[in-house]
Write a protein that binds this ligand. Structure first.
Ligand code: CDP
Length: 131
């Protein structure tokens, strides 16, 4: 059986990367993640990412590149991560999150990332565009 895919985005703007603090479920609340969600049938990963970031943050984004690899989540789910560029809008915690924070170079340890997000976060911070 194929695992279900959860997509998440390292959203860049002005040389910083967006982190989002989960408000639910209780076992994940308070931990930080790259925002995203489940791939729906018929969607590409990029389409799902753009949709999830629109729903959860109210912004338009453009996927840049997939970070190689995938990471196990709860049984039956795997995480795939893309870098993305903020195209328009100001991110707001509309769903799933209660706080957002932009992280600049060297600030990735400023928040308590979900363990499963850490490898992709490290890679995304290495790829942070300047300015
Ligand atoms: O929004 P949707 O219900 O499609 O998905 P979600 O609840 O945001 O994410 C589905 C699952 O993936 C949850 O268990 C999240 O904790 C997990 N996830 C994660 O571990 N890391 C992320 N960057 C995004 C989601």
């Amino acid at each position: 059986m194929n695992d279900r895919v959860v997509v998440a985005g390292a959203v860049y703007d002005q040389g910083r990367m967006l982190a989002a603090r989960r408000s639910a479920p209780p076992e994940l609340a308070g931990r930080w993640e790259l925002p995203g969600g489940k791939l729906e049938p018929g969607e590409t990963g990029e389409q799902a990412l753009v949709r999830e970031l629109r729903e959860e943050l109210g912004v338009e984004t453009e996927p840049l590149e997939r970070i190689p690899g995938e990471w196990p989540l709860a049984p039956g789910y795997v995480l795939r991560v893309w870098t993305a560029r903020l195209v328009s809008g100001v991110p707001a915690p509309l769903q799933d999150h209660d706080e957002l924070r932009w992280l600049g170079p060297g600030e990735s340890d400023a928040v308590d990332w979900l363990d499963q997000d850490r490898p992709a976060v490290a890679e995304a911070m290495r790829r942070l565009p300047t300015g």
